[in-house]
Write a protein that binds this ligand. Structure first.
Ligand SMILES: [Zn+2]
Ligand SMILES: [Zn+2]
Length: 399
């Protein structure tokens, strides 16, 4: 069935979507603390005519899921927005700046929540003609996905993805110019692993190194050897990063310490590379450590899997993106090494993740994400709503 004119309708409701965004922006809440945000979303969804509106599934009191049930039978497509803010003190000077000291929507999740409410409003207006249903997922805790796992909790809880056949998600993106939709047909964002290698030696006097097993020297050799993971261990046409972020060793200029601790991150787009990386760090640690009469322990955590789009879903999104953003404004992008917990959904159901460019020098919207002056080009919000509504409509009509 021909789609409703979501593009024109989105323009008509633009002010409503912008107001929602400003409301969220003024009242930011940290990861898994999105209590008032969730109440506001649930109340709005109920007023719009959504069904099964539930706050605080996932074993926590935040996050919202809801359904828009179409008038005709069909499949179920999910749309996801993340809703949490960051521990950042806002310095934008905006009239609707954060009223919650030390907390700021500095990543655009205020816009994500508002855009999805806009899409929900438009889909509710035409639900009698909708073949199938739309599951709305307002996900908590994307920002601290490493410690407090938002999407993982949502997926493991099971309710949000029950019966879902496909999923779409977007991120407003300041490195991309305003009005451009970016996508990939495969790997979009990297996995995010973290690791800690402890090197145990035998400490002693800095002037008598022959009586010690110096773990700092072993650590130096290990750090250099870790750099060969990318150059010697993985296929040259593939990508990975292995970085050391923290070195902890000693406390006095004349003491050789007992122990050195190295902590770092590893990024790649394939689960096998992540497995190989853990194996490599362990092997290099053990063997170089042994050469210097030290022993090692490795702790390795896989925090986020890579975000890998399903080509068919990415192309469906790109096709609808050309209607909303214009044929010249839809671009296939290179993947980025940043992580995103949308990956957990894509491990379970086909789907795709998109970047909506909000960067515009003249509007001062090119600050990096998580910066205290980060803000978005609000003129893109209604387009985001139209894009999400169209993706849902077209998926259900093609299914
Ligand atoms: Zn962020
Ligand atoms: Zn974000």
């Amino acid at each position: 069935m021909k789609s409703p004119d979501f593009i024109a309708r989105a323009k008509e409701i633009e002010n409503v979507v912008v107001d929602w965004r400003r409301h969220f922006h003024s009242h930011p809440e940290l990861s898994f603390d999105e209590v008032e945000t969730s109440k506001f979303i649930a109340k709005t969804l109920t007023e719009l005519g959504c069904e099964n509106v539930q706050i605080g599934t996932f074993g926590r009191p935040t996050g919202v899921i809801a359904d828009i049930k179409g008038g005709k039978p069909g499949k179920c497509v999910a749309l996801r927005a993340d809703i949490d803010a960051l521990p950042v003190t806002e310095e934008t000077g905006l009239p609707f700046a954060s009223q919650n000291a030390g907390v700021m929507h500095a990543c655009g999740h205020d816009g994500h929540a508002a855009m999805l409410l806009g899409a929900a409003k438009m889909l509710c207006e035409v639900k009698d003609r909708l073949p199938g249903s739309v599951r709305l997922i307002f996900q908590p805790s994307e920002e601290s996905a490493v410690v407090k796992q938002g999407a993982r909790a949502v997926v493991e809880d099971g309710k949000a993805l029950a019966g879902v056949d496909a999923i779409f998600g977007v991120h407003l993106w300041s490195p991309l110019e305003a009005g451009v939709l970016g996508y990939t047909t495969g790997a979009m964002m990297a996995c995010s692993d973290s690791w800690t290698l402890k090197i145990h030696g035998k400490g002693g006097h800095g002037a008598a190194p022959h009586q010690t097993h110096d773990p700092t020297v072993a650590a130096g050799q290990i750090i250099c050897a870790l750099q060969t993971f990318v150059s010697r261990e993985i296929e040259p046409i593939k990508n990975a990063v292995l970085s050391v972020g923290i070195m902890k060793a000693g406390g006095a200029f004349n003491v050789i310490p007992e122990e050195v601790e190295l902590t770092g991150t590893a990024r790649s787009f394939e689960p096998q590379i992540s497995l190989d990386c853990e194996d490599f760090i362990r092997r290099v640690g053990e063997n170089i450590g042994a050469a210097f009469r030290c022993t090692t322990d490795l702790e390795y955590s896989r925090n986020l899997p890579p975000t890998v789009n399903h080509a068919e879903m990415a192309l469906l999104g790109a096709e609808n993106g050309r209607k909303v953003f214009g044929a010249d404004n839809v671009r296939e992008l290179k993947p980025t090494m940043v992580g995103e917990d949308f990956s957990f959904y894509l491990e379970k159901v086909p789907g795709a993740f998109f970047f909506i460019g909000v960067g515009d020098e003249a509007k001062h919207t090119t600050w990096p994400h998580h910066h205290c002056r980060f803000t978005i080009d609000e003129a893109q919000l209604h387009k985001g709503s139209a894009f999400e509504a169209l993706c849902a409509w077209e998926f259900l009509n093609k299914a």
